[in-house]
Design a protein around this ligand. Structure first.
Ligand code: MN
Length: 211
């Protein structure tokens, strides 16, 4: 089965005013669709076309060398965005607030307070030069870590490729296409506003599965 563009779990306008409708339409319908199309084109006729996109990006070293970069960028983009949409919910309707339960405990263990965690995550997002992602991952030891990756790299690719590794449970797209229409060059303002749409129950589910 070729990869397909997943429907958003909410309307294009649902994340207003944090993320504007036009950004969501272009981001999902054009950018994410292009990653899906280009990944399928690269993998067509290979055994990799039958695998999940996560399995593909976990095994980039096994992808034929002439396809590896295009698969890294586009299957990576597909995995990243498919996760990203599910990590958000409309403000006040599942989005925003603070984590609870085991996730809150894991964050407290790593960073003391939720506020401090948010500061460190925002630093990773602001400090990524150019295009990329900030992540909260569960490492091999089960501990939570913050890291960032360039372009469409994903921690599932492993530290040798992505520069960080683990199971991502929260990810923030800091490509300009994710925020420029509304926030222009003000990436830190986008990051600050984004906390208002984070779907913490979803992050908590991913945390429970990753541990
Ligand atoms: Mn994006």
């Amino acid at each position: 089965m070729p990869f397909t563009l997943p429907a958003l779990p909410y309307g294009f306008e649902a994340l207003e005013p944090v993320i504007d409708t036009q950004t969501m339409q272009i981001h999902h319908g054009k950018h994410h669709q292009a990653y899906v199309t280009n990944a399928n084109k690269a993998l067509e006729g290979t055994p990799w076309a039958e695998k999940s996109p996560e399995d593909v990006i976990r095994a980039l070293g096994d992808i034929p060398a002439d396809k590896r970069t295009v698969v890294r960028n586009n299957a990576g983009g597909h995995v990243n965005h498919s996760l990203f949409w599910t990590l958000m919910a409309p403000p006040g309707k599942g989005g925003g607030g603070a984590p609870t339960g085991a996730l809150a405990e894991g964050i407290a263990k790593g960073w003391g307070t939720f506020e401090h965690f948010k500061e460190e995550f925002a630093k990773a997002a602001a400090g990524r030069f150019g295009s990329g992602w900030a992540w909260l991952v569960v490492g091999r030891d089960g501990a939570l870590q913050i890291c960032s990756t360039a372009n469409q790299d994903n921690p599932l690719m492993g530290s040798g490729i992505a520069g960080c590794e683990g199971t991502p449970i929260l990810g923030l797209d800091v490509w300009e296409h994710a925020y420029y229409l509304k926030y222009q060059n003000r990436r830190p303002d986008y990051v600050t506003a984004w906390w208002g749409v984070v779907n913490w129950p979803r992050v908590a589910d991913l945390y429970a599965k990753a541990k």
